[in-house]
Design a binder for this molecule. Structure first.
Ligand code: NHR
Ligand code: GAR
Length: 227
């Protein structure tokens, strides 16, 4: 039997690209059986572009400031994705809101990592807002992207504690450490066809995923599921 082709992904970034790096490293370390076909950035100075080049991955700059409106910017990215035909498109610190057309063209094949325990703290400045709200736990969520901003069905979450004298910076580091484990793991579940979107709802091992998806806690990945 011929070997099935490797699961392919495209990663969209705007900045540092530490999540991109975590995916690159997971592939390199054989923890994730996938290949990154393309990295798109909307910012020329994104450090993630250097990380991609370093790893020998094709890169594309689609500078949103050069387009008349969001639709034309999105169309330029969609054209590139149509050329590369990835199995999955991964938003990793991508900071531009995507149009309904873009999202529906990639329905079930577009995921995002968001630095909060959704549905809490949608949008930006999530660490600051978690501190201001006096939350005692915080974390990150992976979700399928829909036209509702940060409102698509959640696949998995990882929790971290918030300590009394925490700062935004300390919290960001703690959450990002979880992001770097959670994202490759979720991509792996999708690559292995264990996880998919069926009629708008995430399904894991043929069971619908409810209640904010698979739950992880800091340093507790061995247990895989938390009750
Ligand atoms: N697009 C859709 N349709 N749905 C989602 O769930 C999306 C999305 C695009 C990006 C990531 C998201 C996050 O994880 C994401 C989810 C940017 C903004 C934002 O306000 C909000 C949420 C997210 C990303 N962006 C400003 C804008 O006008 C620009 C901010 C900037 O450039 O720094 O696009 O939080
Ligand atoms: C990550 O923490 C991600 O959750 C967040 O930006 C960071 C990007 O880091 N995403 C958003 O805030 C989306 N609005 P990275 O570029 O180092 O992966």
């Amino acid at each position: 039997m011929p070997a099935s082709p490797t699961f392919s992904i495209a990663v969209l970034i705007s900045g540092n690209g530490s999540n991109l790096q975590a995916i690159i490293d997971a592939i390199k370390n054989n923890e994730l059986d996938a290949t990154i076909k393309l990295v798109i950035s909307n910012r020329q100075n994104a450090k993630g572009l250097d990380r991609a080049k370093e790893a020998g991955i094709p890169t594309l700059l689609v500078d949103h400031t050069l387009y008349l409106n969001r639709e034309e910017f999105d169309q330029a990215m969609l054209d590139a994705l149509t050329r590369y035909q990835p199995d999955l498109v991964v938003l990793a610190g991508f900071m531009r809101i995507l149009s309904a057309k873009f999202v529906s063209a990639l329905c079930g094949k577009l995921i995002n990592i968001h630095p909060s325990l959704l549905p809490l703290h949608k949008g930006t400045h999530t660490h600051k807002r978690a501190l201001e709200a006096n939350d005692s736990i915080h974390g990150c969520s992976i979700h399928y992207v829909t036209k509702e901003l940060d409102g698509g069905p959640v696949i998995a979450q990882s929790q971290v504690p918030i300590y009394p004298n925490d700062t935004e910076e300390l919290l960001a580091v703690r959450v990002q450490k979880e992001e770097h484990r959670l994202y490759p793991l979720c991509i792996g579940l999708i690559a292995k066809k264990k996880l998919e979107l069926v009629d708008g709802a995430p399904v894991l091992d043929k069971q619908p995923l409810t209640n904010g998806g698979i739950k992880f806690r800091q340093s507790n990945y061995d247990t895989y599921y938390l009750k």
